[in-house]
Design a protein around this ligand. Structure first.
Ligand SMILES: Cc1ncc(COP(=O)(O)O)c(C=O)c1O
Length: 385
C-alpha cells in the first residue's frame, strides 16, 4: 500500500471493545486478569500497552519493517539497540553525528566495555580499515547532523563482516525519503520527536527491523530496562505520523527554496544541503534518497560572532534545539545540540562556532525567506564579502 495509506491505517483498526475509530489512549498501568496466568494478552504496561502497540505497528509499516519497538526518546531507542552488544565488542560510528549519541557512546557505554571508532563513513577505505575482529555494529547517521554529509548505506552494509549489524539513524530523512532496510541495514532508529511526531509537542523514539532475533533482543531490553513511552505520548506520535508524507513534501519544497536563496547571497559562505548540485554527494543523495528533506546548515561570511548576532534577529525561525516540527527553527550546533562534543573534536569535524543549522518548517516559504533576508541584512555590517 501507499506510504500515506500505511501511515493512516497500519495498526489503527477500530477499537475491538467499543468500535472507536481512532485508537484510544489506554491510560492504564495494569490489566485485570480472568484467573492467574489468564489474561487477554496484556499484563503490565511497561511490557505491553495497546496504544503503544498501535504506534509500533504504524512505524514498522512506514519503514517497511516486520517489527517495531517504541521508546520514551530517541536516546532510549539508541541505548536499547546498543544493548544487543556485550562488553568487549567494537562499534564503528559516523564521525559527524548527533551530540547526544556521541555522549552516550563516549561517556556512558564506553564505561561498560564497548569500544567506539569515530570514522568518516563516507570514506569506504577508512571504513574497511576501521574493522576489527570484534567489530559487531556499524552506527550510521545519514544525512548527518549538522553537516548534512551522506553515508552510502548499501556500500557500508556490503563491508559488514559476518555477525555484525548495521544500524541507521533515519531521523533526518524520515521513512518518507529514505528506506535503510531496503538498502541493506539491519535496524533503523528514529528520534520520533522530530519529523515523525512533527509538531514539537512530544519526545519519543523507535527501533524497526526485519530480523526476528534482533527484534526479540530489543524487545527484551525494552521491557527489562523500561524506557517506554506513556500511552499519551504514543498516541500523539501516532497522530503526528499520519501526516508525515504531506509534511515532508512541504518541508522539502521549502528547504530547496531556502537553500537556493542562501546560495545566491554573496554574504553566505557555504550552504550544506544534499539537494544542491554543489553538495559533494548530490549524486549519492539522488541514488539513495527519494527527497532531500528539510534540514540544512550554512556559514556566513564574517566572524563567527556574526552567526550569533544573526540568530538573534530571525522572527519566524525560533532559536531552539530540536528539528522536524511544522515550525521553522534555527540553531548554532556548536553551542547548542553539539555542545557535548569537546571543542577540539568539533573543530576537527568542521562544526565551527559560525555554523548555523535550520530546520525549515512548512510555513509560507516567501515569509521564511523574507525573515532570513532581514536578519542577514541586519548583520551585514559584520560581513567581510
Ligand atoms: C539525529 C538524531 N538522532 C537522535 C536524537 C535523539 O533523540 P531524542 O532527543 O528524541 O532523544 C536526535 C535529537 O536531536 C537527533 O537529532
Amino acid at each position: 500500500m501507499d506510504f500515506s495509506t500505511r501511515a493512516i491505517h497500519a495498526g489503527q483498526g477500530a477499537d475491538p471493545t467499543t468500535g472507536a475509530t481512532i485508537v484510544p489512549i489506554y491510560q492504564t498501568s495494569t490489566y485485570t486478569q480472568r484467573a492467574v496466568g489468564e489474561n487477554q494478552g496484556y499484563d503490565y504496561s511497561r511490557t505491553v500497552n495497546p496504544t503503544r502497540t498501535a504506534l509500533e505497528t504504524q512505524l514498522a509499516a512506514l519503514e517497511e519493517a516486520e517489527y517495531g519497538s517504541a521508546f520514551a526518546s530517541g536516546m532510549a531507542a539508541t541505548a536499547a539497540v546498543l544493548n544487543v552488544l556485550s562488553a568487549g565488542d567494537h562499534v564503528v560510528v559516523s564521525d559527524d553525528l548527533y551530540g547526544g549519541t556521541y555522549r552516550l557512546f563516549s561517556k556512558v557505554l564506553s564505561r561498560y566495555g564497548l569500544t567506539f571508532s569515530f570514522v568518516d563513513l563516507s570514506d569506504l577505505d577508512a571504513v574497511a580499515r576501521s574493522i576489527r575482529p570484534n567489530t559487531k555494529l556499524f552506527w550510521i547517521e545519514t544525512p548527518t547532523n549538522p553537516l548534512l554529509k551522506l553515508v552510502d548505506i548499501a556500500a557500508v552494509s556490503a563491508l559488514r563482516p559476518p555477525g555484525a549489524i548495521v544500524v541507521v539513524d533515519n531521523t533526518f530523512a524520515s521513512p518518507y525519503f529514505q528506506s535503510p532496510l531496503a538498502l541493506g541495514a539491519d535496524v533503523v532508529v528514529h528520534s520520533t520527536t522530530k519529523y515523525i511526531g512533527g509538531h514539537s509537542d512530544v519526545v519519543g523514539g523507535a527501533a524497526l527491523t526485519n530480523d526476528a532475533a534482533l527484534h526479540d533482543t530489543i524487545k527484551f531490553h525494552q521491557n527489562a530496562v523500561g524506557g517506554v513511552p506513556g500511552p499519551m505520548d504514543a498516541w500523539l506520535t501516532m497522530r503526528g505520523a499520519k501526516t508525515l508524507a504531506i509534511r515532508m513534501r512541504e518541508h522539502e519544497a521549502n528547504a530547496r527554496r531556502v537553500a537556493a536563496f542562501l546560495e545566491g547571497r554573496d554574504d553566505v559562505a557555504r550552504v550544506y544541503y544534499p539537494g544542491l548540485a554543489s553538495h559533494p554527494q548530490h549524486a549519492l543523495a539522488l541514488r539513495q534518497m527519494r527527497g532531500f528533506g528539510g534540514m540544512l546548515s550554512f556559514t556566513l561570511r564574517g566572524p563567527d560572532a556574526r552567526a550569533r548576532e544573526f540568530v538573534r534577529h530571525t522572527k519566524l525561525f525560533s532559536l531552539a534545539e530540536s528539528l522536524g516540527g511544522v515550525e521553522s527553527l534555527i540553531s548554532i550546533p556548536a553551542s547548542m545540540t553539539h555542545g557535548s562534543i569537546p571543542a577540539a573534536e568539533r573543530a576537527l569535524r568542521g562544526i565551527t562556532d559560525g555554523l548555523v543549522r535550520l530546520s525549515v518548517g512548512i510555513e509560507g516559504v516567501n515569509d521564511l525567506i523574507a525573515d532570513l533576508a532581514q536578519a542577514l541584512d541586519v548583520t551585514l555590517e559584520h560581513a567581510t564579502v
